[in-house]
Every structure is written in structure tokens, then in C-alpha cells.
Design a binder for this molecule. Structure first.
Ligand SMILES: [Zn+2]
Length: 83
């Protein structure tokens, strides 16, 4: 079974590598497929400097606020229908 460009051979197991922030950068998590070479990186701000301002998270090269990502993933995990 294929989903997008991914594969289903790994029964959903993720391989995660946590990286501390490098100088001037953000901490990140390398997310790898449990079965093949597919991978992407999530980078995030370690703490919220201002509780009113939303933190930024970069997923696979796309930067958005946590609120935006949360909205998207809530919709996806709920089995969202195409709008
Ligand atoms: Zn794979």
C-alpha cells in the first residue's frame, strides 16, 4: 500500500533523532521512516519567549506558527475531508 510518496511496510514505526540547537539555530527532530530512506526535519523554538506570540515550527522546510500546525494536524488526524 502506498500513501503519497511514503510506504506502509514499516507498520507506522518512526525513527526519531533528537538534535540540540546549534549556534543560532533551533533544536530539531529528524523523522525517518522505519522502512526506507524517506525523512524530514522538524525544527522548533525551545521555549516561548512571549506567551502572547505564537511559536514557530518548521516542518519539512515549511515554517508556520504552532496554532496553524495544530489546526492542520487536528483536521488530518480527525480524518479530515477535502474542503
Ligand atoms: Zn518508508
Amino acid at each position: 500500500m502506498k500513501i503519497g510518496r511514503g510506504c506502509m511496510n514499516a507498520v507506522g514505526r518512526l525513527r526519531l533523532t533528537y538534535r540540540k540547537a546549534r549556534k543560532g539555530g533551533m533544536p530539531s527532530v529528524l523523522v525517518r521512516c522505519g522502512d526506507c530512506a524517506n525523512r524530514f526535519v522538524i525544527s522548533y523554538e525551545p521555549e516561548n519567549p512571549d506567551p502572547i506570540t505564537d511559536q514557530f515550527v518548521e516542518i519539512a522546510g515549511v515554517v508556520a506558527t504552532i496554532s496553524e500546525w495544530r489546526k492542520l494536524f487536528r483536521w488530518v488526524f480527525a480524518g479530515g475531508e477535502h474542503p
